[in-house]
Design a protein around this ligand. Structure first.
Ligand SMILES: O[C@H]1[C@H](O)[C@@H](O)[C@H](O)[C@@H](O)[C@H]1O
Length: 644
């Protein structure tokens, strides 16, 4: 929606009133004498005469205004809302993260085939993709609060079913239920936080949701590590513990309000006013309320046409462009391979010489922790450098570190150890394993593993033998078929090859997370929560979250097959090229949304898609907020019209 001139006039008046009051106060106090600024000018320093005293005074004034803004404490209630909502993010992270550790115990206890393991892992992601799409409809009709309540109720039921599951079929039902909750929560929570936050905190608070996702993944790895020592029923605790945050969120949301924007859209204006003043503390909400209401009215005229929201979005150019950008961002987030790193982190670590399973589980926790830590950096950066620069910097770093990971795997493959022992067991005759002369092809063959001995200086007595069909943790026969024997310097490598280039892989992994987590991790969620006008917000977020889950499903399901056909380094070079493609897409198509009111953002998509690279200068405007009598205003350093 384009900015309305009446808003501008009003805002400029408010701003100059503020300036007047401040000038008067300073003069009355006799502390400083300020030179009078033009009555309706912005308080930007370039608009004021360039004499030194004026500059200093204006600088003081600006500083004071900023100080006032900073001291003008954001009501704690906004943080409470964000924290309770972000429990949805925590559950997202916990439920997707906990399954890898639980699976190690489950496959032994329930004797799960590889197919069942795959089904149990990916069913949740597939269900999430579908329910995210349905969540758009539910959000529009019932509101954000009811959807969050519904999601936490579903998470609670899923957790109970999983922890009590007597067999694998019930486990599957539990995983599907959890997936339904995930889809709804993942698309509703960012929207709810964005709609209740004041604009200057919006980016940060929505990014906190992704911090909770990575926090959930990290917590899941700790819980996995801790309960992996409980050989019997450990998985019940791992899967069941998600009930705790789910119940907490459910109870919390019984007392929390609906999004004021949704209420206004539904014509519940009195209630919306009450909620808005509740979440803005004692501040004056008139302007914010009026501006939301006006924009909604104007949007309703503008978006025109009848028919389903998705159709109206696709036929109205600004929302069509926003949808393309939103879905593109989510697609490239997943195509950059984050979940191969999250799900297969333990394998990557095993390659670098960690042979003990339990240690690998704990070290996968280190990967999750790194992801969490660098997402924290994203929370700090998002309002400082803006969404666009953060995402661009992140994806280019992601692309380079994926190449480094690939180079690490390439070096390992080039120096892969040879097979030196060729056992003559009769079952080898029909096996593909006796054809492999090197570890690399042997390890990439799902039917075989590499069995070897190692002393402090060298690797010897290596063979490529069939894997035990019941468990990939041992060979079908021979030295590596017995876990006790495995301890005496004999090792079984099913999905890795011993290598001395593991440090390159490890460095690549750490750099990957350091670049991905602050930008490409959270920004697709944050940006999607802001770029659609209210009438299209639920549907836009439902579609983009659906795209995220669908590509998550595709990438994680195909990773092992891609690695098998292209090798590990081929797979990571592929993700790196996809990230490069993502860089060009983001460079061309993503406008800066930092500092804008949600109602203003639509106008950023008025121009042809992918012309953002050309308008970078616009993004260089330094937009800051000051708060005047409870409403937020831009303080811009080079554009008077930004003060509104
Ligand atoms: O933003 C999140 C986050 O980066 C997670 O670590 C990842 O597992 C999710 O798939 C992604 O959507």
């Amino acid at each position: 929606m384009s900015r309305k001139s009446s808003d501008n006039d009003y805002s400029l008046r408010s701003m100059s009133n503020l300036m007047g009051e401040r000038r008067k106060k300073v003069n009355d106090d006799g502390e400083r004498s300020l030179i009078k600024a033009p009555s309706n000018a912005s308080i930007n320093s370039q608009a004021v005469p360039a004499n030194a005293a004026t500059a200093t005074s204006t600088g003081d004034l600006e500083r004071e205004a900023r100080k006032q803004f900073q001291q003008d404490v954001t009501p704690a209630f906004v943080y409470v809302l964000a924290a309770f909502s972000a429990l949805g993010g925590f559950l997202f992270g916990y439920d997707t993260g906990v399954i890898s550790g639980a699976m190690l115990l489950l496959k032994r206890e329930m004797n799960l085939s590889a197919l069942w393991q795959e089904v149990l892992i990916s069913s949740t992601v597939a269900a999430a993709a579908l329910s995210a799409l349905a969540g758009g409809f539910l959000n529009g009709v019932f509101g954000r609060r009811v959807c969050i309540l519904l999601a936490s109720f579903i998470f609670t039921s899923g957790g109970i079913v999983l922890s009590a599951a007597p067999d694998k079929e019930v486990l599957l039902v539990g995983r599907l239920i959890v997936g339904l909750g995930l889809g709804i929560a993942s698309m509703t929570v960012p929207v709810y936080i964005a709609e209740t936050s004041p604009p200057h905190l919006r980016g940060q608070l929505v990014t906190v949701n992704t911090l909770f996702i990575t926090g959930g993944q990290f917590t899941a790895s700790i819980i996995d590590g801790a309960f992996s020592y409980l050989r019997h029923d450990g998985w019940r605790y791992m899967l069941g513990l998600s009930v705790v945050p789910a119940v907490l969120q459910f109870v919390g949301f019984l007392f929390l309000p609906e999004s004021p924007r949704w209420l206004i859209q539904k014509g519940l204006t009195q209630k919306a006013r009450r909620v808005l003043s509740q979440i803005r503390g004692n501040q004056n909400i008139d302007e914010e309320y009026d501006s939301i209401k006006n924009s909604i009215e104007e949007e309703e005229k503008d978006c025109g046409g009848d028919g389903p929201v998705i159709w109206r979005m696709l036929t109205y150019p600004p929302t069509r462009r926003a949808l393309l950008v939103g879905c593109g961002l989510q697609m490239f987030q997943q195509l950059s391979g984050i979940n191969t790193v999250m799900y297969y982190g333990a394998t990557i670590l095993q390659m670098s010489g960690v042979r003990d399973d339990k240690l690998a589980i704990w070290l996968a926790g280190v990967t999750a922790f790194t992801n969490f830590l660098f997402t924290l950096l994203g929370v700090w950066l998002v309002e400082r450098v803006g969404r666009r620069k953060l995402t661009l910097g992140s994806i280019i770093g992601t692309c380079l570190s994926l190449s480094l990971l690939a180079i690490g795997f390439l070096l390992s493959a080039q120096h892969t150890p040879p097979v030196t022992l060729h056992p003559t067991d009769p079952s080898m005759v029909n096996s593909t394993c006796n054809r492999h002369l090197l570890c690399e092809p042997c390890m990439l063959d799902p039917a075989c593993g590499f069995c070897y001995r190692e002393n402090s200086t060298a690797l010897f007595a290596s063979s490529c033998v069939p894997v035990n069909t019941a468990s990939t943790e041992k060979a079908a026969w021979g030295r590596c078929s017995n876990s006790t024997q495995l301890r005496v310097h004999t090792y079984w490598a099913y999905n890795y090859c011993p290598t001395s280039y593991s440090w390159v892989v490890l460095l690549g992994l750490v750099l990957y997370l350091a670049f991905f987590a602050p930008g490409m991790g959270p920004m697709p969620w944050t940006i999607n929560s802001e770029i659609y006008p209210l009438w299209a917000r639920s549907t836009g977020n439902a579609c983009s979250a659906g795209v995220n889950w669908t590509f998550n499903f595709l990438v994680s399901l195909t990773f092992l097959h891609v690695a098998q056909n292209l090798t590990y380094y081929g797979a990571f070079f592929l993700y790196s090229s996809l990230a490069l493609l993502g860089f060009f897409f983001i460079y061309g198509c993503l406008p800066e949304t930092k500092g804008r009111r949600l109602e203003e953002i639509e106008s950023l998509f008025d121009n042809q898609l992918c012309s953002c690279g050309a308008t970078d200068s616009d993004e260089d405007r330094q937009v800051e907020y000051i708060r005047v009598k409870g409403s937020n205003y831009h303080l811009s350093d080079n554009d008077a019209s930004d003060v509104e």
